[in-house]
Design a protein around this ligand. Structure first.
Ligand SMILES: [Fe+2]
Ligand SMILES: [Fe+2]
Length: 224
């Protein structure tokens, strides 16, 4: 019974947080849409975008592996790392299919690679700062993952719409479903550990928004 009450509280936090995220990012949506429409229409640069998403997914899975290697690693975390690794593979496969050649994680095969790498590193720094000295490794992992999932869900949703508009054969349905489950899972686990704090989450989300805005600018310059 208590479990249900806690779950209800958790999902209502998430619903509110998702609505706030959409509102706070309202000005970035048209720019992201325009970028995606332009990329989807142009296979060479579309392939580089897909390869960049593959790199980001790969970095995400690597980050989980690098920080979550204790004997207590649980099923949910192993599932998470497996799914992020699969997203990296999926995006790479789509990128190479689109480019009709093999692609590496090198500047010529990516879009704004240094900004993409910086996005991840700075987000980690912002998360650690927002959580303060007394953070646990577990909380840092859950917060960072949760914040990334907000953006992934938002971005892949816009990407899926751009693909539909262009009547492109690629579908992101499975990835979107998995990112949604990750987001719910992270929020639920933070809530269960009494570590879900709206003020902290809002602070990291605000920092993430600035970092995404910078990355978006770099992507726009790389794919005018
Ligand atoms: Fe992912
Ligand atoms: Fe994810």
């Amino acid at each position: 019974m208590l479990d249900n009450v806690e779950r209800a509280a958790d999902s209502s936090w998430l619903d509110g947080a998702l609505a706030r995220f959409a509102a706070d990012n309202g000005d970035l949506a048209p720019r992201t849409r325009a970028l995606l429409d332009a990329l989807v229409a142009e296979p060479t640069r579309h392939a580089r975008m897909l390869n960049t998403l593959s790199l980001l997914e790969h970095m995400g899975s690597h980050k989980i592996m690098a920080t979550q290697h204790s004997a207590a690693i649980d099923q949910a975390t192993l599932k998470h790392v497996a799914e992020e690794a699969h997203h990296a593979f999926f995006m790479k496969r789509q990128a190479e299919k689109t480019a009709e050649r093999a692609l590496e994680y090198v500047a010529g095969d990516l879009l704004a690679p240094s900004s993409a790498r910086m996005y991840f590193q700075r987000l980690e720094g912002a998360t650690v700062r927002a959580l303060g000295e007394r953070r646990s490794v577990r909380a840092a992992y859950l917060y960072m993952s949760m914040i990334v999932e907000f953006r992934a869900l938002w971005f892949y949703g816009l990407y899926e719409q751009a693909l539909k508009r262009a009547q492109h054969a690629l579908s992101l349905k499975r990835i979107i479903g998995e990112e949604q489950a990750h987001l719910g899972d992270m929020a639920e686990r933070l809530e269960a550990g009494h570590e879900l704090d709206d003020v902290r989450a809002s602070a990291v989300l605000a920092a993430e928004r600035r970092l995404y805005s910078r990355l978006l600018g770099a992507l726009e310059r790389a794919a005018p």
